[in-house]
Design a protein. Structure first.
Length: 326
């Protein structure tokens, strides 16, 4: 049994705490008070997760059994969290981390790995990817995920911590997993718009297939592996997120199709929709490097106040690149 420290008490952090506590002792570190009493009453793991106060982290960590850490902080706030967390700084040369955050940082265009490698040793980092709604993981429903890392031994250590209902694959395409994890949220917004406008199954299938091509093209520019986008980290996560109201990004798209303003949507949402931030980052990067990203461009135009049906017409009129790639 290992001791696992999860930074972030949001829906995803709590879901990971739920499943990992079946085989490990789990501590959750969050700036807000978590109602673990209510949480524990609806779950039956062998070891209930415990909320740990930041002031106690160092003492508990140094006494822990084979400690591993997981960061489940929204990418939009990741750098701020790491910059202000002096306790993690003191452990930076030996702490081992599985990043469960997805997205691209606004303004800088930095990937999660770019940010983490500013603070921690590259060989001590792993990245979690794949189709996984927090509620279903917390409920113990089966799924398959991927841990990407250049350190296979460390990835295997994390893999052994997961319960039997989660199948873990190990790969090493970190940049591919990051791009897929960020880009699929943007396509999921488009998927919600498509369904909100009741454009039909033909249109939805076209959108998602074009979206997969688009995110793959973007990833290949950064030397990602094409097979990553055809697997769990890419198409698996894309199809999941683009088709269910359990996805915040999909719900953003539904609301945009209904004519709501993005400021009102985010206020009603009560949580982070990563695609709203990633869309701007992707379009900035694609503009800088001349990467063809028509769906992301139109999603960003809508988020900036553009008319939904105008963007639909623009997509229908787009001709692809010189090779005829949609």
């Amino acid at each position: 049994m290992r001791d696992i420290f999860i930074f972030g008490g949001g829906a995803w952090g709590m879901a990971l705490a739920s499943c990992l506590s079946l085989k490990n002792r789990v501590f959750i570190l969050s700036r807000r008070n978590l109602n673990l009493q209510n949480y524990a009453s609806t779950h039956t793991p062998k070891h209930f997760p415990l909320q740990l106060q930041y002031r106690d982290l160092l003492n508990v960590y140094h006494e822990a059994n084979n400690p591993l850490c997981i960061i489940a902080i929204a990418s939009a706030f990741l750098r701020e969290f790491l910059h202000n967390d002096t306790l993690l700084h003191s452990l930076k040369h030996k702490v081992q981390i599985l990043a469960a955050s997805k997205g691209i940082e606004r303004e800088s265009g930095a990937f999660v790995s770019d940010i983490l490698e500013e603070y921690f040793l590259k060989e001590n980092l792993c990245y979690l990817a794949g189709p996984s709604f927090a509620k279903e993981v917390e409920a113990g429903l089966p799924c398959a995920l991927v841990i990407h890392s250049h350190n296979t031994t460390l990835a295997e250590q994390y893999a052994t911590c997961f319960p039997d209902f989660i199948k873990i694959y190990i790969q090493n395409d970190i940049i591919g997993a990051e791009i897929a994890g960020a880009y699929k949220n943007v396509i999921a917004i488009a998927g919600g718009i498509c369904d909100g406008l009741q454009l039909g199954n033909n249109a939805k299938a076209s959108l998602l297939s074009r979206g997969l091509v688009e995110m793959t093209r973007f990833g290949l520019f950064f030397n990602a592996k094409q097979e990553t986008f055809l697997g769990l980290s890419g198409s698996g996560d894309l199809f999941l997120t683009s088709n269910s109201t359990m996805s915040r990004n999909y719900r953003v798209g539904l609301a945009l199709a209904a004519g709501k303003k993005i400021s009102d949507i985010l206020e009603e949402l009560g949580g982070v929709a990563e695609g709203v931030y990633s869309a701007k980052s992707i379009t900035q990067i694609s503009s800088k490097h001349n990467i063809y990203t028509p769906i992301a461009n139109e999603v960003q135009a809508i988020l900036e106040g553009g008319e939904v049906r105008t963007s639909l017409i623009n997509l229908l009129r787009s001709q692809g690149n010189n090779n005829g790639v949609l």
